[in-house]
Write a protein that binds this ligand. Structure first.
Ligand SMILES: C[S@@+](CC[C@H](N)C(=O)[O-])C[C@H]1O[C@@H](n2cnc3c(N)ncnc32)[C@H](O)[C@@H]1O
Length: 258
């Protein structure tokens, strides 16, 4: 499942506020500079059109918002996060790049999005779903604020399918990630939590099934970088699920490999 409910009250956002100042640097180092490529893959899959409204849930330091903006300058962008520390870093970053005025940053909870239904054309969440105490509820909320036919994109860590790669990656998570997180971000427990949360998070097929349960159809799953990250895409159904002739199901999921 996601972060255990007793962690979420304040604990997870507080943990992110503690590491906010060094979050980007630690990400770049731990991912071997792949994290930008993963976010760009999400933006490509979202295929945003000029003037569309895009919400980035768990925006953190705003890197995904910037990727959307680089791809299509006319997008109307919102970034939401529960951590003030992460939002402060995002705000400074947007200010430095001269973009602050055209992107709204909102403090709020992914499980109770402060937006009306059908407000967005695209909703995205990068490395945030795993941190929610109720990922399915989060997906339902994200589906709610999407207009019918709108696209939901999820980027999330996962364990590779291949046994030997999984073994190697397990060693990397256990021995290297907490050490580097301790050195660079000064918070080894936060990076121990990262490793634990990756191990505990359900497999890609389960995430795809949750997306279908949340009311998304044409759900597709793409493995990135040997399967240590997966990119999920779905579209909000255009009819109420009760009147759907055939509810979207995990059987309709398409898997793709990068
Ligand atoms: C691993 S970071 C990902 C940040 C960013 N999306 C990225 O690509 O680097 C997860 C983010 O989710 C936020 N978060 C955790 N729980 C949340 C919640 N319930 N509502 C909104 N944001 C939340 C954290 O504060 C953190 O900024």
């Amino acid at each position: 499942m996601g972060a255990s409910p007793d962690r979420i009250g304040d604990e997870v956002p507080r943990m992110f506020s503690r590491i906010a100042a060094r979050y980007d640097l630690t990400n770049r180092v731990l991912s071997g500079l792949r994290d930008r490529a993963w976010r760009r893959a999400l933006v490509r899959a979202a295929a945003p059109r000029p003037g569309e409204r895009v919400l980035d849930v768990g925006t953190g330091t705003g890197d995904l918002l910037l990727e959307f903006r680089y791809r299509e300058p006319s997008l109307r962008l919102w970034g939401l996060d529960l951590s003030r520390g992460m939002l402060a870093v995002a705000q400074n970053k947007l200010k430095r790049s001269g973009l602050r005025g055209s992107i709204a940053l909102v403090e709020g909870d992914a499980l109770r999005l402060p937006f009306p239904s059908s407000a967005f054309d695209v909703v995205a969440i990068a490395f945030g779903l795993r941190n929610l105490p109720h990922p399915l509820q989060g997906l339902r909320e994200m589906a709610r604020v999407l207009r019918p036919g709108g696209r939901l994109l999820v980027l999330e860590f996962s364990l590779p399918r291949s046994a030997w790669l999984r073994g190697l990656y397990g060693l990397y998570l256990k021995h290297w990630v907490p050490r580097v997180g301790g050195w660079l971000a000064g918070d080894r427990p936060a990076y121990e939590y990262l490793c634990r949360s990756i191990h505990e998070f359900p497999a890609p097929d389960q995430i795809a099934a949750w997306m279908a349960e949340a009311g998304l159809r044409r759900v597709s799953v793409q493995a990135l970088t040997g399967g240590i990250v997966h990119l999920y895409r779905g579209e909000r159904e255009t009819y109420p699920s009760s009147s759907a002739p055939l509810a979207a199901s995990s059987a309709s999921c398409r898997r793709r490999r990068a």
